[in-house]
Design a binder for this molecule. Structure first.
Ligand SMILES: C[S@@+](CC[C@H](N)C(=O)[O-])C[C@H]1O[C@@H](n2cnc3c(N)ncnc32)[C@H](O)[C@@H]1O
Length: 216
C-alpha cells in the first residue's frame, strides 16, 4: 500500500468490502494473504466497469477467481471474461469458486503461461486487466495492446511495487533489480505511446490505467 497509514485506515472504514459469497472469498483471502486485488482496486474496477459496461474482458492472472467474479458483475448480456493462469494450486481453487458462484457461463479459464497463450489469441477485448508476474508486463504489453479494441481500457495492477519503483536501481536489493528495470520500461512505454492516454494511480500497490484512443 502506497498511502500513509492513517489515510489507509480511514479509507478502509469508508470503502465497503464485497457482499455475499464474493465478500466471503475476499475476506478469507485477505486473512490468508492470498494475492487478490486490494479493496481500493476493487472499488476502482467497479467504477470503471460500471461506466464502460464491457462485453469481453481479458484478464491475465486469474488466481482463485476473485477479480474474474467481481468483473463478471459488470459485463453486458452475452459477454464473457477470458482469464489466464498457470499455477495448479490457484487453478483448483479458481474452479471451485467459479462453480460455487455459478459463473461457468460467464468466465472461461485458459490454463498455461500467458506468455505462450497471448500470441495465439486473436479476438478483440474492450477491457484487459493485467495482474500476473510483474517482471513479464513489458513482454505481455505488445499483445495486450494488439488485443485491445480502440476505445478499450487497459488496466495493470501492482505497477509501483510498494513504492520501490521510484528508488534508484542501486538503492534496491540486487534480486529485485531486474523487475524494477522491466517495470520502469513498461511504465515508460505506456506513458509515451501515442495510441494511449495513460494515468498511473497510487491506489493499492499502483494501478496503470490506459485508454486506447487509436490503432497502434
Ligand atoms: C496477483 S495474482 C492475481 C489475482 C487476481 N487477479 C485477483 O485479484 O483475484 C497473480 C496470478 O498470476 C498468475 N501468473 C503470474 N504470471 C503468469 C503467467 N506468465 N501466466 C499465467 N499466469 C501467471 C499467478 O499464478 C497468480 O495466480
Amino acid at each position: 500500500m502506497l498511502t500513509e497509514n492513517y489515510l489507509q485506515d480511514y479509507l478502509k472504514e469508508v470503502l465497503p468490502l464485497c457482499e455475499g459469497t464474493l465478500g466471503d472469498i475476499q475476506k478469507d483471502s485477505y486473512k490468508k494473504n492470498v494475492p487478490i486485488i486490494h479493496n481500493d482496486v476493487v472499488r476502482l474496477l467497479s467504477v470503471l466497469l460500471s461506466i464502460k459496461k464491457p462485453k469481453n474482458i481479458l484478464e491475465i492472472g486469474a488466481a482463485i477467481g476473485f477479480s474474474s467474479a467481481l468483473m463478471s458483475n459488470f459485463i453486458e448480456d452475452g459477454g464473457k471474461i477470458t482469464t489466464i493462469d498457470r499455477f495448479d494450486v490457484m487453478i483448483e481453487q479458481f474452479k471451485e469458486n467459479i462453480k460455487k458462484m455459478k459463473l461457468e457461463n460467464k468466465v472461461e479459464l485458459i490454463e498455461g503461461d500467458a506468455c505462450d497463450i497471448l500470441p495465439s489469441l486473436n479476438q478483440k477485448f474492450d477491457v484487459i486487466f493485467l495482474d500476473a508476474a510483474k517482471g513479464q508486463y513489458i513482454q505481455m504489453l505488445p499483445h495486450c495492446l494488439r488485443l485491445l479494441e480502440v476505445g478499450g481500457l487497459f488496466i495493470a495492477d501492482d505497477v509501483l511495487q510498494d513504492g520501490r519503483i521510484a528508488k534508484k536501481r542501486l538503492d534496491i536489493p540486487r534480486r529485485q533489480r531486474t523487475i524494477h528495470t522491466r517495470m520502469r520500461e513498461f511504465l515508460w512505454e505506456i506513458s509515451h505511446n501515442d495510441a494511449l492516454e495513460t494515468s498511473i494511480l497510487t491506489i493499492g500497490d499502483g494501478v496503470a490505467l490506459c485508454h486506447k484512443v487509436k490503432e497502434i
